[in-house]
Write a protein that binds this ligand. Structure first.
Ligand code: FAD
Ligand code: 2HG
Ligand code: ZN
Length: 517
C-alpha cells in the first residue's frame, strides 16, 4: 500500500469546482424529492411552548399582500405548496404557516413588514431553507418571507473584488459568477447549491474555507436590512476601512432573522486560486489527526485552504448509506487536506514532499491525492454529503460545537458510551482545523429516551471545557434555551435589550435564538 500510495502522491491535480458543484446540486435536489415523510408538527412535539400573542392572517391581509406583490406565485396560500417551506431540511421541525410571501425588492420587503408590524403578524425570514437548527421555518403559523426571488447581482468590481448583491442569490451561483472574473466567494459549504447569501449572513455560516478566508464578519463590507417596522437600514458600504462609529452591520451577521431581514450585501471576494490540490489520508488515532495538523500548518503554511477530519463511523455513513467508495483503505480516522495557491508546480511539490515525510514518519498510514478532476470532486462529495447520508438512518440529533483541540474527540467517545445501543450510530467529523466538531447521533425515528440521554449532557460537557454549543449553525429554535451554556447572563441581557430596540413587538422570527425566561 505504501509504495502504491507514494507513487500516487507524486501526481497532482486541479480541483474542478464546476463538477463539484454539479454533484452538490444533484444531492440537494434528489434529497428533497425523496423525502416526503410527514414530520411531526413542532407545536405537537413541544407542547409546553405557547404561541405568542400575535394576530392570525385574514383574507383581507392576503388581499393586501397580493396588491403589494403583484404577479404570479408571489403570495402562496396553497397548503401543498407551503409544505416544503414549513418543514426544515433535516426534517426535525414543521410549522403550520398558511402564507408564504416572495418579495423581489427591498421596497417589497419594507411594505410587507410595515403591514405585519401594524397588524402584529409574526414572520419568519427564509432563504434556501438549509438551516440545521430549525431557525428557517415557522414554529406556529408565522408568515414566511422568502428571499427566493431576490436574486439579482447589483455590481461587481473586478479590481477590488467587491460584490454587491441581493440576499436571495444562491451561494453557488455567486461563486460561478465571480469565478468568471477570477475571484471566489470567501465561503464554501455543502449546501452551496441551495443556500442563499442572506441565509449565510444571517447564520454567519462557516464551512470548509473558514480556515483560509476567516469568518463572514471579516468578508462582509456592508449590508442593507429591513427592520421590523419596515424601515430600511442602509449600511451598504463597500469600503474596506471605515471607522465612523459603531459597526452596525455586524450585529446582523449571525442574528438568524431576529433583528431584521437582510436584503443586500457587499462582500469582499478573494482572488480565485490558480492551483488547488487535495489529499485524503488515513491515520490510526485522533492524536495523529492533531499531529498531522501541526505539521500541515508548518509545512503547507500559506497554501493550506481546508483541514477536515472524519472518524470511521462517519465513513460508514458514506459507504453504507450513500454507497460511496472509501478512496483509501479502512482506518480509524481520515483527514482531508486542501491546498490553494497561485503556482501549481510549487504547490504540488510542497504537498508531495510533505505527504512523503508524513508517510515515512508513520504518522499517515495511507493516502491518496486526487490526480484528476472527477476524483477530487468525488472525495469532496464524501465529506460534503455526510449530512445527507445521516438522514438515511431516520432521525438525526445534530450537534455542532467548538472545543479546545485537546478535548475535541473525547466528547464523541463519551457520547458513544452514554447512548450505547439505543442509537443507530454516533459519528464525529468536521472542521477540525477550526476547532469545530460535528457530532451526530441517529436513531430510526425521534426518540425522547435518546434525546434525554444526549441533552443536556452534551451542553454541560461542552460548557465544562469552555467550548461553544454552536460553532457555526446557530441556535435557531432547537438550541436557544441552552444559550447560557456558552454566554454569560450579562451578554444575553444585552442581546435581549438589542432585540427590544430593533423589534419591540417581537414579530421577527419569534421562538428563535434568544431563550424564554
Ligand atoms: P435558511 O435555512 O433559509 O435560514 C437560516 C436562518 O437565517 C433562519 O433563522 C432564517 O430566518 C434566517 N434568514 C435567512 N435568510 C435571511 C435574511 N435574508 N435575512 C435575515 N434572516 C434570514 N452551515 C455552516 O455554517 N457550515 C457548513 O459547512 C454547513 N454545511 C451545510 C451542509 C448542508 C448539506 C446543509 C443542509 C446545511 C449546511 N449548513 C452549514 C447549515 C446552514 O446554516 C447553511 O446551509 C446556510 O448558511 C443557511 O442558508 P439558507 O439560505 O439556507 O438559510
Ligand atoms: C458540514 O460541515 C455541515 O458538513 C453540516 O456544517 C454538519 O450535518 C452536520 O453535522
Ligand atoms: Zn460544518
Amino acid at each position: 500500500m505504501f509504495n502504491t500510495v507514494s507513487k500516487s502522491l507524486i501526481r497532482e491535480t486541479r480541483r474542478s469546482k464546476i463538477a463539484r458543484k454539479f454533484v452538490c446540486n444533484l444531492v440537494d435536489r434528489s434529497f428533497h424529492r425523496s423525502s416526503k415523510t410527514c414530520v411531526e408538527l413542532t407545536s405537537v412535539r413541544y407542547p409546553d411552548l405557547k404561541r405568542g400573542n400575535y394576530a392570525t392572517v385574514t383574507d383581507k391581509d392576503v388581499a393586501l399582500f397580493e396588491r403589494i406583490l403583484p404577479g404570479a406565485a408571489r403570495v402562496i396560500t396553497d397548503p401543498s405548496e407551503l409544505e416544503g417551506a414549513n418543514t426544515d431540511w433535516i426534517k426535525n421541525c414543521r410549522g403550520a404557516s398558511q402564507l408564504l410571501l416572495k418579495p423581489k425588492t427591498t421596497e417589497d420587503v419594507s411594505a410587507i413588514l410595515k403591514v405585519c408590524h401594524e397588524r402584529n403578524l409574526a414572520v419568519v425570514p427564509q432563504g434556501g431553507n438549509t438551516g440545521l437548527v430549525g431557525g428557517s421555518v415557522p414554529v406556529f403559523d408565522e408568515v414566511i418571507i422568502s428571499t427566493q426571488q431576490m436574486n439579482q447581482i447589483t455590481s461587481f468590481d473586478s479590481l477590488s473584488g467587491i460584490l454587491v448583491c441581493q440576499a436571495g442569490c444562491i451561494l453557488g451561483n455567486l461563486d460561478n459568477y465571480v469565478s468568471e472574473h477570477n475571484y471566489t466567494m470567501p465561503l464554501d459549504l455543502g449546501a452551496k447549491g441551495s443556500c442563499h447569501i442572506g441565509g449565510n449572513l444571517a447564520t454567519n455560516a462557516g464551512g470548509v474555507r473558514l480556515l483560509r478566508y476567516g469568518s463572514l464578519h471579516g468578508s462582509v463590507l456592508g449590508l442593507e436590512a429591513v427592520l421590523a417596522n419596515g424601515e430600511v437600514l442602509d449600511c451598504l458600504s463597500s469600503l474596506r476601512k471605515d471607522n465612523t462609529g459603531y459597526d452596525v452591520k455586524q450585529i446582523f451577521i449571525g442574528s438568524e432573522g431576529t433583528l431584521g431581514i437582510i436584503t443586500k450585501a457587499a462582500i469582499l471576494c478573494p482572488q480565485k486560486p490558480e492551483a488547488v490540490n487535495l489529499a485524503f489520508l488515513g491515520v490510526e488515532s485522533f492524536s495523529k489527526v492533531l499531529e498531522v495538523f501541526r505539521a500541515t500548518k508548518r509545512s503547507l503554511a500559506e497554501i493550506l485552504s481546508a483541514y477536515e477530519f472524519m472518524d470511521t463511523e462517519t465513513m460508514k455513513v458514506a459507504t453504507d448509506n450513500l454507497k460511496l467508495n472509501n478512496p483509501v483503505s479502512d482506518h480509524p480516522y481520515y483527514i482531508l487536506i486542501e491546498t490553494s495557491g497561485s503556482n501549481s508546480s510549487h504547490d504540488e511539490e510542497k504537498l508531495n514532499q510533505f505527504l512523503e515525510t508524513m508517510m515515512e514518519s508513520g504518522l499517515v498510514l495511507d493516502g491518496t491525492v486526487a490526480a484528476e478532476k472527477t476524483k477530487i470532486d468525488y472525495i469532496w462529495s464524501i465529506r460534503e454529503r455526510i449530512a445527507e447520508g445521516l438522514l438515511h438512518d431516520g432521525y438525526c440529533y445534530k450537534y455542532d460545537v467548538s472545543l479546545p483541540l485537546e478535548n475535541f474527540y473525547d466528547l464523541v467517545t463519551d457520547m458513544r458510551t452514554r447512548v450505547g445501543d439505543k442509537a443507530t450510530r454516533v459519528v464525529g467529523y468536521g472542521h477540525v482545523g477550526d476547532g469545530n466538531l460535528h457530532l451526530n447521533v441517529t436513531s430510526p425515528q425521534y426518540d425522547t429516551d435518546v434525546m434525554n440521554l444526549i441533552e443536556p449532557f452534551i451542553y454541560d460537557w461542552v460548557s465544562q471545557y469552555k467550548g461553544s454549543i454552536s460553532a457555526e449553525h446557530g441556535l435557531g429554535f432547537k438550541k436557544r434555551q441552552f444559550i447560557y451554556h456558552s454566554k454569560s447572563r450579562s451578554a444575553v441581557k444585552v442581546m435581549k435589550n438589542m432585540k427590544t430596540i430593533f423589534d419591540p413587538k417581537g414579530i421577527l422570527n419569534p421562538y428563535k435564538t434568544l431563550p424564554d425566561e
